[in-house]
Design a binder for this molecule. Structure first.
Ligand code: SF4
Length: 224
């Protein structure tokens, strides 16, 4: 079984919420090229965040495949790993399951590659901020994410876009700019910031957004 070097930092054996309408395990790959201060998975941001045995995990999923609807690949940021296409291909052939990929959209070339290879069946992509605020919020410019969003919206693959709204970092006006960046036909989910453990400890007690206000101001968005 697989010898592809993906750094597996977490394995949730079953989830009912990470892929809408699907019962699916979630694999968390370590390492991320962004540094979002509100990140709830700080242990997965650096590549040294853990090494679970990939062959054993794939075998566990294979044995339960008859009870599962798919597998979610999350992170960290899965697309930074050049071995991702080989890993997805192996995951599909070993388990026979459909795959959803979570991505921050920072590597459009990798996105093109997994789409062209038919290696994923659904994608959730973050659109974290207005393009001009990207560097401040994530540590990276928004150009590649913009390119990925265009690829995704033209791909025909089931997908959704997601924005975590952190009032300490963005205003409602900024969120309106994000909304206007989302292509028509691409579902948009707003994830209200909840506090708790964060990459930047100063946000641990950050201000949570007013959900009702979000619902009123963004009636076309899904508030999660
Ligand atoms: S929230 Fe930001 S820093 Fe954390 S894993 Fe996602 S893209 Fe990386």
């Amino acid at each position: 079984m697989t010898g592809f070097p993906v750094p597996l930092g977490g394995y949730l054996r079953i989830s009912f919420i990470d892929w809408t309408g699907h019962v699916a395990p979630v694999l968390f790959l370590c390492g991320c090229n962004f540094r979002c201060p509100y990140c709830h998975n700080p242990e997965l941001v650096t590549p040294s965040g853990g090494r679970l045995p990939v062959p054993e995990v794939l075998e566990d999923i294979r044995q339960r495949a008859g009870f599962l609807d798919g597998v979610v690949i999350s992170g960290g940021e899965p697309t930074i790993h050049d071995s991702l296409p080989e890993f997805l291909s192996e995951l599909k052939s070993v388990t026979g399951l459909r795959i959803k990929l979570d991505t921050n959209g920072s590597r459009p070339g990798m996105l093109r590659s997994v789409l062209a290879g038919g290696l994923v069946d659904s994608i959730s992509m973050d659109v974290k901020a207005p393009w001009k605020m990207y560097a401040r919020i994530t540590g990276h410019g928004g150009g590649p994410v913009r390119e990925s969003l265009e690829i995704l919206s033209l791909s025909g693959i089931p997908h959704e876009t997601r924005t975590t709204f952190v009032p300490d970092l963005m205003s409602l006006e900024d969120l309106e700019v994000v909304r206007d960046q989302i292509p028509p036909g691409s579902p948009w989910i707003i994830q209200p910031f909840r506090g708790g453990r964060t990459l930047d400890p100063s946000l641990e007690k950050g201000t949570p957004p007013d959900r009702e206000k979000l619902k009123i101001n963004f009636p076309d968005a899904i508030i999660r």
